[in-house]
Ligand binder design. Structure first.
Ligand SMILES: Nc1nc2c(c(=O)[nH]1)N(C=O)[C@@H](CNc1ccc(C(=O)N[C@@H](CCC(=O)O)C(=O)O)cc1)CN2
Ligand SMILES: Nc1ncnc2c1ncn2[C@@H]1O[C@H](COP(=O)(O)OP(=O)(O)OP(=O)(O)O)[C@@H](O)[C@H]1O
Length: 216
């Protein structure tokens, strides 16, 4: 019993530490000035355009920035020029905490979701022809709250991306997954959870991190 009690105490305090870290990292990205954000988004765009996964992608999921997230919409003109199709995450109705990926263009009807993030209207996305199953995407840009040099990530805590892409471990085809963040969201070390989806790369305004799979 002592042992059990201890392990509960340990996991509770880890949960607490993760929550505190998430709060601190969200605060850090919100503290950036409009000028810093603009510069960061431009350098992120340059780095992303240099990656083979991004150059190859025809069907790519991005997100609309919220809560100080780095702005990946700088890629939109370039993607349009290349004829790539752009998709946005939508919280699935009757929530099982998974995402739909709905085609996004100028005329897509948008609405704020329960977190205040703009997304294609649920009724619009409900038509199958307008969305793709996650496995049919070529590339997904995931918004990160934190990352480390080993390629570990922390998200908003909902597990939406983890659940939606859990299949990448054992099913083909699979999309390439690239996490993106402001460089100030880098930390020394993040703990890995068993359900964390493995990323192919993490890109910030200052670096590209390629996780070393052999050592994990
Ligand atoms: N831009 C963007 N779109 C996205 C995500 C994201 O992280 N960024 N998501 C990635 O998963 C999904 C939404 N997930 C989210 C999960 C938690 C919170 C959030 O703010 N949580 C609050 C608690 C809010 C509440 O429960 O009412 C918080 O932690 O303060 C927001 C989005 C889908 N779309
Ligand atoms: N494949 C899965 N099946 C069921 N539950 C999952 C799965 N993946 C994650 N979860 C749950 O979702 C929550 C995710 O927490 P975590 O702090 O790892 O989120 P996160 O890193 O912010 O992830 P995301 O960016 O995907 O939202 C955990 O409570 C976990 O139990």
């Amino acid at each position: 019993m002592d042992f059990d009690t201890d392990s509960v105490t340990v996991s509770l305090s880890q949960h607490q530490r993760r929550r505190n870290l998430r709060r601190e990292l969200r605060q850090r990205r919100r503290a950036l000035s409009p000028m810093q954000r603009r510069r960061a988004a431009v350098s992120l765009g340059k780095r992303l355009r240099g990656l083979p996964e991004v150059q190859r992608a025809r069907r790519i999921a991005i997100y609309l920035p919220n809560d100080g997230e780095i702005d990946v919409t700088v890629l939109l003109p370039w993607l349009k020029h290349r004829g790539a199709k752009v998709y946005l995450p939508v919280l699935r109705p009757l929530s099982d905490n998974r995402l739909w990926f709905v085609h996004f263009h100028e005329a897509t009807p948008m609405v704020a979701n329960r977190f205040g993030i703009r997304e294609p209207h649920t009724r619009h996305g409900a038509h199958r022809a307008r969305r793709l199953p996650p496995w049919a995407l070529d590339l997904v840009l995931l918004p990160l709250v934190g990352f480390d040099d080993a390629g570990n990530r922390m998200g908003m805590g909902g597990g939406f991306y983890d659940r939606s892409f859990a299949f990448v471990r054992h099913r083909r085809p699979r999309p390439r997954l690239i996490g993106v963040a402001h460089d100030c969201q880098r930390v020394e070390h993040l703990p890995v959870a068993s359900w964390d989806v493995p990323l192919d790369a993490i890109v910030s305004d200052a670096r590209v991190v390629r996780p070393d799979r052999d050592s994990s």
